[in-house]
Design a protein around this ligand. Structure first.
Ligand SMILES: [Cu+2]
Length: 158
């Protein structure tokens, strides 16, 4: 008699579990597989040259279009004989910076501007967040006026 009662109880608990378990799955937090992890997204490489071997005062290219929510790796190089800046503070405020890698150093955290000495490169990995068009210039006196400027556009995600 006692054994029958025990079996019955287990059966009832079993049925209860079958009924409740799909609801538990629904109540569970969003699966990690469906969540977006920007850091695992393949980075889209974009190159920019600050001046050139002829020391022309310009960015090559000087117009950029990025899409919000995508991960980019901006590869900056300075092949000229003088140092230059990649300055676009409003753009820097409109992105989430993952890191900047220069030489053997990786810098994490917000970036405001980058200074590149002659024959150096740096890689800036970021995810655009806020759409808009932002001005770009070199912060060295006279360089922007001589043509070292451009624009960076962040488009809303498609
Ligand atoms: Cu410059």
């Amino acid at each position: 008699m006692r054994r029958t009662l025990q079996t019955l109880l287990i059966t009832i608990l079993g049925i209860f579990w079958i009924v409740i378990s799909p609801n538990l799955a629904i109540a569970a937090p969003v699966s990690p597989n469906t969540a977006i992890d920007f850091t695992k997204q393949q980075a889209i490489a974009v190159n920019v040259s600050l001046s050139n071997t002829a020391n022309e005062l310009k960015f090559i290219p000087d117009r950029f279009i990025f899409e919000s929510g995508k991960r980019y790796k901006l590869v900056l190089s300075n092949p000229s004989a003088t140092k230059h800046y990649f300055t676009s503070k409003d753009f820097a405020d409109a992105v989430w910076t993952q890191n900047v890698v220069a030489g053997n150093v990786e810098i994490k955290g917000n970036i405001r501007e980058l200074e590149l000495r002659p024959n150096t490169t740096a890689e800036w990995t970021f995810v655009p967040i806020k759409s808009g068009t932002y001005e770009l210039h070199c912060a060295i006196a006279g360089h922007a006026e001589a043509g070292m400027r451009g624009s960076i556009t962040i488009q809303p995600s498609a």
